[in-house]
Design a protein around this ligand. Structure first.
Ligand SMILES: [Zn+2]
Length: 428
């Protein structure tokens, strides 16, 4: 027998189509059957003064740091100093069990704060996560690093091993050549070739700091000093000089590429991303961007050119939490160049497009999977998208993946009517 649930909300925001005041989302067997105005309340579960939106997509996380109580280093620190802190932190913990526990804590935090899909940079700890059913949809991009031929070979083998998990796990494998200062040209090419032949998405940090741009141009500066200190510098591993656009041209050979950060991408690079919007997207991490004190991010500029922008929290090593609703609100409040609707789009459909999942998630359309985030306000009635996204008194009260409740706020649940309470009861 079909499992049908009809959820009514003061505001239903499909993102891909117009917002509906007093709308109903009908879920059948884990998929969205219909989204429409509420015409009759028979058999409808009334969720009250809430907005239903597509499940939030956190396109960039490193959950291995989810047990950190506060970010590493200090706000405004040079990125290279922060990376030294991250390396020390990794050495410090060592124990793979601890990393697994941090990843699990991160998955739990994501689902509690409205995220239904993540793009995760995976290190060894993900091997331990595999037996669990991830509460959210995850694309696990295997982190690849290495400059020397030996390290490149080890990373290549790790990439093959990771991709071999396709279809065997609750998560989908992808690859992540880490960044221009940590990956040999040969390893980027290997990753791109594997991505193209296996259809696996690829994510790479790019143009995050001015020091990185300087390293590309001169092979000197703070990143060169870091590599020398780590005895990781191999002159033969990299072209004598390059620029972000050179990496973009190479990443365009992947089946799909997420360019992470891009804080210092120039007009030519943005134009390239826009021209390749079918398969390339930029991931903007607003609070991490602010933590390092970078100038205004080019997200709005890329949208204007027709490119795809997704949002990410990055990790708790540079962000106080993994709360995507807080991330979205921060972006809306700090970007006069972006409309709240644009920010919401980036956090849902933009992320789905970036990950190549827009046919199944990211918007509330008939036939899509029923991944929903429910947001409530304390106090006044929900008015429109602008108010919802930008105001301080909103919070996620429920997270639904494949039509199943994965999180319910207990206090909010108590306020619902009898029928709706009965539906959420097993999850409370
Ligand atoms: Zn990152």
């Amino acid at each position: 027998m079909d499992n049908v649930v009809r959820l009514r909300a003061r505001l239903v925001i499909p993102v891909a189509t117009s917002t509906i005041a007093d709308g109903v989302v009908t879920i059948r067997n884990g998929s969205i059957a219909e989204v429409a105005a509420c015409s009759d309340r028979d058999g409808v579960l009334d969720l009250g003064n809430v907005a239903i939106l597509p499940g939030l997509v956190n396109a960039h996380t490193h959950l291995e740091f989810s047990d950190l109580a506060r970010p590493l280093g200090h706000s405004g620190a040079p990125l290279v100093d922060w990376i030294r802190d991250v390396i020390a932190q990794r050495v410090d913990r060592g124990d793979e069990r601890r990393v697994e526990a941090a990843i699990q804590a991160g998955l739990d935090e994501c689902v509690r704060t409205g995220t239904t899909t993540i793009g995760e940079i995976a290190t060894d700890g993900w091997r331990g996560v595999s037996p669990y059913r991830a509460a959210v949809r995850a694309t696990a991009f295997r982190e690849l690093r290495g400059m020397s031929p030996e390290r490149v070979e080890t990373a290549r083998a790790a990439a093959e091993e990771h991709l071999a998990e396709d279809g065997r796990r609750s998560w989908r494998p992808g690859l992540s050549p880490h960044a221009p200062y940590s990956v040999a040209d040969a390893l980027v090419d290997e990753a791109v070739a594997l991505s193209a032949s296996r259809g696996a998405p690829l994510a790479m940090h790019l143009a995050e700091s001015l020091e990185e741009i300087e390293f590309m141009r001169t092979r000197g500066g703070a990143f060169r000093t870091l590599l020398d200190d780590l005895r990781a510098w191999h002159a033969a591993a990299l072209a004598p000089e390059c620029a972000p656009i050179d990496y973009l041209r190479r990443l365009a050979g992947a089946s799909r590429a997420l360019v992470v950060h891009g804080n210092y991408l120039d007009a030519e690079s943005l134009e390239f991303l826009a021209a390749h919007a079918e398969r390339m997207a930029l991931v903007y991490c607003p609070r991490t961007h602010a933590y390092f004190g970078h100038p205004v991010h080019p997200a709005a500029e890329l949208l204007r050119r027709g490119g795809v922008v997704a949002l990410g929290t990055d990790s708790r090593a540079s962000n106080p939490d993994l709360d995507m609703w807080a991330e979205l609100r921060f972006a809306a409040q700090h970007h006069p160049d972006l409309r709240p609707q644009d920010v919401l789009q980036m956090a849902t459909l933009g992320g789905a497009k970036a990950l190549g999942l827009a046919e199944s998630i990211g918007s509330l359309l008939g036939g899509r999977r029923a991944d929903l985030t429910v947001v409530a306000t304390t106090g006044r009635a929900i008015g429109d998208v602008e108010q919802l996204v930008a105001s301080d008194d909103t919070r996620v009260v429920a997270t639904i993946v494949d039509g199943a409740l994965r999180f319910v706020d207990r206090d909010w649940g108590e306020t619902l009517g009898e029928q709706a309470r009965r539906w959420i009861a097993p999850s409370m």
